[in-house]
Structure formats: C-alpha cells, structure tokens
Design a protein around this ligand. Structure first.
Ligand SMILES: *[C@@H]1O[C@H](CO)[C@@H](O)[C@H](O)[C@H]1NC(C)=O
Ligand SMILES: *[C@@H]1O[C@H](CO)[C@@H](O)[C@H](O)[C@H]1NC(C)=O
Ligand SMILES: *[C@@H]1O[C@H](CO)[C@@H](O)[C@H](O)[C@H]1NC(C)=O
Ligand SMILES: *[C@@H]1O[C@H](CO)[C@@H](O)[C@H](O)[C@H]1NC(C)=O
Ligand SMILES: *[C@@H]1O[C@H](CO)[C@@H](O)[C@H](O)[C@H]1NC(C)=O
Ligand SMILES: *[C@@H]1O[C@H](CO)[C@@H](O)[C@H](O)[C@H]1NC(C)=O
Ligand SMILES: *[C@@H]1O[C@H](CO)[C@@H](O)[C@H](O)[C@H]1NC(C)=O
Length: 361
C-alpha cells in the first residue's frame, strides 16, 4: 500500500450545484465534519470479493459506481437468498414515494417501489455518518446482487445515464441547506482476497491526502448515451483509457488505441475485449480458457508461477499491476485477473476492484 498512487476521475455531475430549495437542517447536527477532513468509512469484503458498506446497522451494501441508486432487498422478496431484508412498515422514518424504479444493474434490472429513508453509514471511528431522506429502491424480486449476506447496492454513481441526480447520495447532500457546492469522495480499496475481509476504505466529502503519492491524473467522465461504453453494462463512470501494455509470457503487447473504460469496484477483475484477452493469454504457455458466467466473461487458468504485468495509461500517468494482483491463487488452481468479454463484439474495458486496489480514485 505504500506505493499507492492517485488517479482521479472527476464526474461532471459532482460540480453541479443543486439549489437548496428547503431550509430543513434535519440531521445536519450529526455531522461533525471538519472541512478538509474526510469521513472514513470502512469496507468489508463479501465472499465474492465485493466491497461492502454497513448502513443502518443491519444492511451490508456492495458499492458500485454503475448506478447512483441505493437498492435494498425488500422483506416481500421471499427469494432474496436469506440476506437481511428491509421492511418499510417497520420503519418510523420511511416515506413511500409514488412510482417505482427499474435500475439497470449487472446487465439486468432491479425493480421495485421507491422510499425515502434516513440512512447512516458506519464510520471508522465507530460513529455513523447520517444522510437523511435518501431515495431507496426496495427490490421485490431476487437478483444475483442479493447474495453472500449482501442486502443490496450503495450507488456511488451520478445517475447521469439513468435516473435522477437528486436521488443520489451526492444530490441529496447538495440539496440540503449546508452550503456545499460539491461532493468529493475517494476510494482506497484493497484487492479482493479470500484471506481477509478487509476491503479498504471510502473517504466521503473530501479525499484523504495521505492515501496517495505522485501526480494526479484527471479524466473527464464521458457523457455518452447509455451502452455506448462497449461493455454491454450501464454505468455512470466511463473514462478514456489512452492505451495499455502487457508484459509476461513470450513477449510484450502494446496497445495505443485504448478505448472506453468503465471503472467499478463491484466487479473484481480487469475485463477487456475478447480478441485482446486472447492475444494476452496466447503469449502465456499453459494458459487455458474457462468461463466466468458471473461477469459474462471468459477467464483463463494460468500456471501459478506466471509473471505478468499490465500497465494502463490514463493521460500523462500510467499505472501498473503485476502478478501479485493478476494471478489469483484459488488453492487448487490459479486464474488470471484479466478476462475477455464473452461477447466478441464488445470493445470496451472494465476495471474492477483488483486494478483499483493499486490506485486511489
Ligand atoms: C413487515 O412489518 C410489518 C409490521 O411489523 C408486518 O406486519 C409484516 O408482516 C412485515 N412484512 C414482512 C414481509 O415481513
Ligand atoms: C415489484 O415492483 C414493481 C414496481 O413497483 C411492480 O411493478 C411489480 O409488480 C412488483 N412485483 C412483485 C412480484 O411484487
Ligand atoms: C424528503 O423528501 C421528500 C420528497 O422529495 C420531501 O417531500 C420531504 O419533505 C423530505 N423530507 C425532509 C425531512 O427533508
Ligand atoms: C428527482 O428526485 C428528487 C428527490 O428524490 C425528487 O424530489 C424529484 O421529484 C425527482 N425528479 C424527477 C423528475 O423524478
Ligand atoms: C509528476 O509530473 C512531473 C511533470 O510531468 C514529473 O516531472 C514528475 O516526475 C512526476 N512525479 C511522479 C511521482 O510521477
Ligand atoms: C448482457 O446481456 C445480453 C443479453 O443477455 C448479452 O447479449 C450481453 O452480452 C450481456 N453483456 C454483458 C457484458 O454481460
Ligand atoms: C474464494 O473462495 C470461494 C469459495 O471457496 C471461491 O469460490 C472463490 O473463487 C475464491 N476467490 C478467490 C479470489 O480465490
């Protein structure tokens, strides 16, 4: 972690100043935030390696930049894999909103009615960062999202592709009468790893200057229409990857073309166009293809002593991950952390938690 580096993506939406239309100061007294000091929120890892925040005591929610909505399994969902569920009628602070929301997630949709609820994230100091009147989607049907004890998703996206910015944590915060004109956050993630359940930390309201070294690379977030990212997924955080290189096996591969790159810690690995993944593993002797149905991708088993490094170029900075991140030892076999999309027409990239664990975003 000592060499953790800084890579910043500035979402345009974070600069939007939402007019504070109500002067309620509800919940504000709970925030003892000293300007410039981040609220540090610890992340746990679930069994499938997703970074998880604890909200309102009972709920472990996986973080995702793919959506700005917070979604939780409702108590009427009788097939939500035994995860803790949310029953609005047991809450004294829930307000039912008219209408329902269908939120794209995991190449699928989570459907359900909308509620407003007062939420609070558990912080590192043992306190709670309260964020009242949050819009939540209460799902009534089972989804792969609700598994491994995870009750839902905490969206860290902007809803720029789908939905309403005011329904995001940022929009809600900026809509309060607190004088805030922007909401910044940082992620210092740990790589998904079965030997620990420590997923790193989120820094809310301010990045933590001590969490990174080196130069900052700024990238604008693409404001393209949905699904223009070439990954088949809906996402709010898509930036330009300016190129990459791979070293290992029988030689090195260099790509100066890059492409659209979705950044989302909900997914564990690095996903790239299928032909390029074929090229990478074609250079590694003993690599053999397997399916990764959970991400609609193709993965490869590799010899456990494979040496490889993958360098991604964003603007003037480049960021390298090596075999310590890219060769995943599952006990009985080793798997490469770079995968190819099953759908060979997809041209986009997706960088998940494994890559993000080497940078500060
Ligand atoms: C939700 O809570 C209400 C009030 O306690 C209870 O009557 C109802 O059975 C609960 N619903 C489910 C599906 O558990
Ligand atoms: C789930 O919620 C949606 C939106 O409110 C609704 O259209 C759908 O009928 C509900 N499904 C079930 C099984 O309750
Ligand atoms: C919460 O949001 C709803 C809908 O936007 C609004 O009607 C209500 O006044 C808000 N409540 C508080 C306490 O801000
Ligand atoms: C957007 O969300 C806010 C807060 O939940 C709500 O007050 C507003 O009506 C929503 N706008 C639309 C167009 O849905
Ligand atoms: C930061 O950028 C400057 C100017 O491009 C360069 O001289 C310097 O070596 C960089 N520092 C690091 C730590 O990469
Ligand atoms: C999303 O689902 C569609 C239809 O099932 C499929 O063709 C596409 O490849 C999927 N995309 C991804 C990234 O899984
Ligand atoms: C972690 O353990 C689970 C269950 O044993 C296994 O399915 C999964 O592939 C492992 N993940 C990694 C990254 O080793």
């Amino acid at each position: 972690m000592a060499s953790i580096r800084w890579l910043v993506f500035c979402a345009l939406a974070c600069l939007i100043t939402v007019q504070a239309s109500h002067s309620s100061s509800f919940g504000l007294s709970k925030r003892s935030w000293e300007k410039g000091q981040p609220i540090t929120v610890p992340l746990a890892l679930d069994a499938s390696g997703r970074p998880v925040v604890h909200v309102n005591m009972h709920f472990g929610l996986a973080i995702s930049t793919g959506t700005g909505y917070t979604m939780v399994a409702g108590s009427q969902c009788d097939s939500c894999s035994g995860v803790p569920t949310y029953n609005a009628s047991k809450s004294t602070t829930a307000q039912s909103l008219a209408g329902a929301r269908s939120v794209a997630m995991l190449n699928n949709t989570v459907d359900g009615p909308l509620y407003k609820e007062d939420c609070g994230m558990q912080t590192m100091s043992g306190g709670v960062w309260a964020y009242p009147n949050m819009t939540i989607v209460v799902a009534n049907a089972s989804m792969p999202v609700f598994s491994d004890g995870v009750s839902g998703v905490l969206g860290l996206g902007t809803n720029s592709r789908q939905g309403n910015f005011s329904d995001t944590i940022f929009g809600a915060y900026l809509g309060e009468d607190n004088g805030a004109t922007s909401f910044q956050y940082g992620m210092a993630l740990d790589a998904p790893d079965n030997s620990t359940n420590d997923g790193g930390v989120l820094h809310l309201l301010s990045p933590d200057g001590s969490a990174y070294t080196g130069n900052v690379s700024w990238k604008g977030v693409q404001q393209a229409s949905s699904n223009a990212d070439g990954t088949g997924l809906t996402s709010d955080w898509i930036i330009d990857l300016d190129g990459w290189s791979f070293a290992g096996g029988s030689g090195s591969i260099s790509n100066t073309q890059g492409g659209s790159c979705t950044v989302d810690p909900y997914y564990p690995n690095v996903y790239i166009p299928q032909n390029l993944a074929n090229e990478i593993y074609g250079s590694i002797s003993g690599a053999s293809q397997i399916s990764d149905a959970s991400a609609h991708a193709i993965a490869w088993t590799v010899p456990c002593d494979t040496k490889m490094s993958f360098t991604a170029v964003f603007g003037s900075e480049s960021f390298t991950v090596d075999q310590s991140i890219l060769v995943i030892n599952q006990g009985d076999r080793c798997i490469g952390g770079i995968e190819g999309w099953s759908d060979s027409s997809l041209t986009g990239y997706l960088f998940g938690a494994r890559f993000l664990s080497e940078v500060y975003v």
